[in-house]
Design a protein around this ligand. Structure first.
Ligand code: ATP
Length: 231
């Protein structure tokens, strides 16, 4: 998650109850079934009749249609252009994915999320108007690499490419010391936003607060400085 993603999610209408998902591969099915289980109306489409039937039989969506999404007329007839949010879940067929995204944007859909399967694909989707692009394989791989190399960092929110808010287990070196004593601001240029205590977070903790073993702290700052923490 980062600020540009946040801008997109802020524009989504809270009362939106309907979503259209184009493509019923593993990703499209996962988005569809989760939305469906959350109680939203989902219209799923695929060019492959078998996948459409499976989605209906397994009841992962409320409605499913067979159509070729590279055909604007087919999308219009299915009412896809009336949706507020459409998810283009075609990762492996780049030409179809690009044409579909273009069609849906030209049809006037305000929020189009598209799945990319490579960096070039991501750029092309942006060029044809996708409002938000997800690249699940890259994002999952990157998150795994970060977790493997910095297991103490539990959660990370990227503000921009250089700055983040991270939630981390209090490093051994800081245990038993107060926030003043660890001199996080002077030594690392970082600010403590919160510290956990008995499973609850104390926001803007008192500088005299002692950091306990097993506690969690939330800090904000430059990635370069976060990487210097003794974790
Ligand atoms: P994975 O299943 O590995 O997660 P994915 O979610 O990216 O990959 P793809 O292999 O890209 O899925 O397939 C997505 C679906 O898109 C397939 O079921 C395919 O039949 C469908 N599809 C491909 N071309 C079109 C098209 N022109 N119109 C509608 N659906 C299409």
């Amino acid at each position: 998650m980062n600020l540009s993603s946040l801008n997109f999610f802020r524009t989504l209408r809270k009362d939106n109850q309907q979503f259209a998902v184009i493509g019923l591969g593993r990703f499209g099915r996962s988005v569809s079934s989760t939305l469906h289980n959350l109680g939203y109306q989902v219209l799923a489409t695929d060019i492959d009749e078998k996948r459409v039937c499976e989605a209906l039989t397994e009841e992962i969506v409320s409605h499913a249609l067979q159509l070729d999404s590279t055909e604007p007329a087919a999308l219009k007839e299915a009412g896809i252009f009336e949706f507020d949010t459409v998810i283009v879940a075609i990762g492996n067929y780049i030409q179809e994915s690009i044409i579909t995204t273009l069609n849906v944007k030209e049809g006037g859909v305000p929020h189009v999320v598209a799945k990319a399967s490579s960096e070039v694909h991501r750029k092309l989707l942006k060029r044809v108007g996708a409002d938000h692009v997800v690249f699940p394989e890259y994002e999952a791989g990157s998150a795994l690499a970060r977790t493997l190399t910095k297991p103490s960092i539990l959660e990370r929110f990227d503000l921009d490419p250089d700055h983040s808010i991270v939630e981390l287990i209090v490093p051994d070196e800081f245990q038993g010391k107060t926030i003043t004593e660890i001199q996080l601001r002077n030594r690392y240029g970082l600010n403590v936003l919160a510290v956990s205590q008995d499973g609850k977070f104390q926001i803007n903790p008192d500088p005299t607060k002692r950091l306990e073993r097993g506690s969690v702290m939330v800090v904000i700052g430059c990635n370069r400085d976060i990487n210097r923490l003794p974790i």
